[in-house]
Ligand binder design. Structure first.
Ligand SMILES: Cc1cc2nc3c(=O)[nH]c(=O)nc-3n(C[C@H](O)[C@H](O)[C@H](O)COP(=O)(O)O)c2cc1C
Length: 352
């Protein structure tokens, strides 16, 4: 049925389509719907406390016997000087004033999103999911070894060939090639300052040539044609996020859905201004203006932007989605998944 079965065999799934982990957007219901449809459901767990993660894991186990992927961030502990704190407050003073927000008086402490740590590892080892996946690199080698011993397959995102090699050498069982088109935070981790901004058409075949493990294409794929193109470029599967953001099983935040519904090829931009790391989101006048502001390291920048969002949400929303929003299918998570499978099968049939 599919031109390449390396990923379906590795992960024990029927269709090589992974619903992307999306912190804040994925829910146990969405993950279970995709796992029950024969794909891989992924939960973005970076914004969950250990208590909520445990509750969501229990909910997913009750709702599906299918393959589930739990996803975490691996950012280094950020540091910031008092001088940088004062400079940032001065730069943002007009924004706080306009929004009627109280500027943060203390040095930053950001509890969410969390970096993968001992609490998360313990929960995964107690009930190992089929897959543990990581953004911004990998956890330490002992954690990877423990997860593998427990039976988890390890996936991680790469935005360059060098990152793909780095991940494969450290035990990733498959690599997610994340193109510049992708919605959400870029997985870039080896040289964040000099993000090479490689598009999926160039990135995917070069990663396929560079690593021995299966490669999963991500970024701007939202219909059957995109899936077929990914296989033509050597992918063993696809990871799709934006196409599932506004289905009923997702978290359904009004501002996110409204922005997505305006989505088209050039309605997004990459910005580090809200979180401290580059992410693709709906283009707004505020995000455009924030290009000139020196950002705090991820995730400390949230300390400075969340007061704006709390005081005056509409202009300060951070609606993450990718460049192919306009191509996404409609309906429930299951409807969208089934349509992607059907349309990909049609697009994969050789002409004539
Ligand atoms: C709203 C949103 C949130 C995301 N959050 C995560 C995340 O928590 N972890 C992760 O590995 N990737 C995250 N991503 C990136 C996806 O894994 C994937 O690379 C991307 O969705 C693929 O591009 P597409 O959105 O065009 O399908 C997110 C993407 C979106 C749109």
């Amino acid at each position: 049925m599919w031109p390449d079965d390396r990923l379906t065999r590795l992960l024990g799934i029927e269709h090589p389509i992974i619903q992307a982990p999306m912190a804040g957007t994925t829910t146990p219901a969405l993950v279970a719907a995709i796992a029950n449809a024969g794909g891989m459901g992924s939960h973005g767990c970076a914004a969950l406390s250990p208590e909520t993660l445990e509750r969501d894991m229990t909910e997913m186990r009750a709702a599906t016997n299918g393959a589930v992927n739990l996803n975490f961030f691996c950012h280094a502990k950020p540091e910031m000087s008092e001088a940088a704190h004062s400079d940032l407050l001065a730069e943002l003073a007009p924004d706080y004033q306009r929004a009627g927000a109280n500027p943060p008086s203390n040095m930053p402490e950001v509890a969410s999103p969390r970096a993968f740590g001992p609490a998360e590892l313990a929960l995964l080892l107690a009930h190992p999911p089929a897959v543990a996946s990581f953004h911004f690199g990998l956890p330490d080698p002992d954690a990877i070894a423990a997860l593998k011993t427990a039976g988890c397959k390890i996936l991680a995102s790469a935005t360059t060939v060098a990152e793909a090699r780095w991940l494969a050498e450290r035990g990733a069982d498959a690599i997610i090639a994340q193109g510049w088109e992708a919605g959400g935070h870029r997985g870039v981790f080896l040289d964040v300052e000099n993000d090479a901004q490689v598009g999926l058409f160039a990135l995917l075949p070069q990663i396929v040539d560079a690593v021995a493990v299966p490669v999963i294409a991500a970024g701007g794929i939202a219909d059957g044609r995109g899936i077929a193109a990914a296989f033509a470029l050597g992918a063993s599967g696809v990871q799709i996020g934006t196409a599932f953001i506004d289905c009923a099983e997702a978290a359904q935040r009004d501002w996110h859905i409204a922005a997505l519904q305006e989505g088209h090829d050039d309605s997004t931009m990459i910005s580090s201004a809200v979180s401290g790391r580059p992410a693709r989101a709906h283009r707004t006048p505020w995000l455009t203006r924030m290009k000139d502001v020196t950002s705090a390291p991820f995730p400390l920048m949230y300390h400075y932007t969340r007061p704006l969002q709390a005081a005056d949400p509409e202009p300060h929303h951070f609606a993450l989605y990718g460049q192919s929003a306009a191509l996404r299918p409609a309906g429930s998570a299951r409807d969208r998944f089934d349509q992607l499978v059907t349309d990909a099968q049609k697009a994969l049939v050789p002409a004539g």
